[in-house]
Design a protein around this ligand. Sequence first.
Ligand SMILES: [Zn+2]
Length: 187
Amino acid sequence: MLEMALLGNRLPVSISSMTHLDIMHGTSDFNYCPNCGVTAVYSDENGQRILSCECGYVHYKDPKVAVGVLIRDQDNRILLMKRAHHPRKGFWSYPSGYVDYGEQVETAAKREVMEEVGVEVKIGELIGVYSEEGSRVILVVYQGAIISGSPSPGEESEEVAYFSLSELPEMAFPRDVGIIGKWMDEN
Ligand SMILES: [Zn+2]
């Protein structure tokens, strides 16, 4: 488990081993072989439970790439959205989501920002790449700057607002507090 120190007099934040995207898109196994449809049989390979069927089909679990964008205003507050859907409905997070197959990561970042907070952004510096043992999700976080529009809720958000680090709302995913805090501290 990662530990990421927060700012000033705040306590270190323990980073949850389960990310939002693990929760959002189940890590559950197939009950049936996706190739031939017989009841799935699993074998253990290097500690991973792998579906390997008598038809020859082997299903390896690949990582999923997600992208998030941190956007600040002139008062050094971060743009967050209140989630309109489960998981963690009613809690806050920065714009983020999965990169689609064949989609450039930066393009996915811009798309998620538009979908969730309704603004067009220029994608800036890479803030970090976050992964954890046992989690299928690799989260890539960029900094973003608004080039057009003003933040407003989209289909996936109930509310959007800027928050200072010392007044963050109840965050959906504990890891995000550490990511935001470290970035704001260093920039
Ligand atoms: Zn099969």
